[in-house]
Ligand binder design. Structure first.
Ligand code: GEK
Length: 242
């Protein structure tokens, strides 16, 4: 049973700035589903992408794995021999709970769980790298070197999935998408107060950029091909191929 996210309902119980601590870990499934429009579709499509792009004797990385939703979607769909998954998160409570989920899952693809900063983790022989709503938490000035490291560690034909909350250059488009996202959150049962407190807590923690900035940075890192394969309001996912 999923525990309901009411962290920002009572002011004193929530942290500002936002952190991926034990309290967040406990309600994370509910929080992400009710906060990120299209999250469920994104996760299931990661499985389709994994089935297509995993290569024999390679590594598949899930960077910022949280409770392992992307890891499990990949794991259940990898069909190549000798593939293993490396899932990284720097939140200890997330990694601990993720470990329990992996252990309880039926799939046999090996998973190594690493509690570390993704900036410090080496990437090698990668056919798939998932950054599913993680780059947005990395300081903007560190993003390009991280993507370069990922590109260097990837095999030809490998895919990087970059899912992010995004901003829009055009003011009206920004306002429209922010409004639609808030309407979505209200429809999911969050109050105006909870939405507003969470927004404050995420300021300077989650830093969105435009799709154009992301695609240019991917190009700078070496990815010649990238495409937005999914978008719902101000949340989208890019596939970039080496
Ligand atoms: C999913 N991918 O369910 N190093 C390692 N982990 C980090 C770092 C870092 N520098 N910064 C943040 N994280 C998941 C959802 S959540 C997205 C990803 C969200 C971790 C952080 O601890 C958290 O678990 C995750 O990245 C981001 O498909 O909550 O919006």
């Amino acid at each position: 049973m999923k525990k309901k996210d009411s962290l920002y309902f009572e002011k004193q119980t929530s942290e500002t700035p936002f952190r991926f601590n034990k309290k967040v870990t406990e309600v994370f499934d509910d929080m992400i589903e009710r906060s990120v429009p299209g999250y469920g579709i994104t996760i299931s499509m990661l499985g389709i992408i994994a089935a297509k792009y995993s290569q024999a004797d390679s590594y598949c990385y899930d960077l910022g794995c949280s409770l392992g939703a992307s890891t499990l979607s990949m794991r259940r769909n990898i069909k190549q021999p000798g593939c293993s998954i490396v899932s990284v998160d720097n939140s200890k409570p997330m990694i601990e709970k993720c470990q329990e989920r992996i252990a309880a899952d039926y799939s046999k693809v090996p998973v190594e769980l690493v509690c570390a900063d993704i900036l410090d983790v080496p990437i090698k022989k990668a056919s798939i790298v998932m950054l599913n709503f993680t780059l947005q938490f990395i300081a903007p000035e560190k993003r390009e070197s991280l993507l370069k490291k990922i590109f260097e560690g990837m095999l030809p034909g490998g895919v990087l999935i970059l899912s992010e909350k995004v901003s829009f250059e055009e003011k009206k488009a920004e306002a429209l998408n922010v409004e639609l996202h808030h309407t979505f959150k209200k429809a999911q049962g969050y109050s105006e107060m909870e939405i507003s407190r969470k927004r404050t807590a995420l300021e300077n923690v989650l830093i969105p950029e435009t799709v154009a900035i992301h695609r240019q940075r991917l190009k700078n890192a070496g990815f010649q091909t990238s495409t937005v394969w999914f978008q719902c309001f101000n949340f989208m996912s890019i596939a970039a191929v080496k």
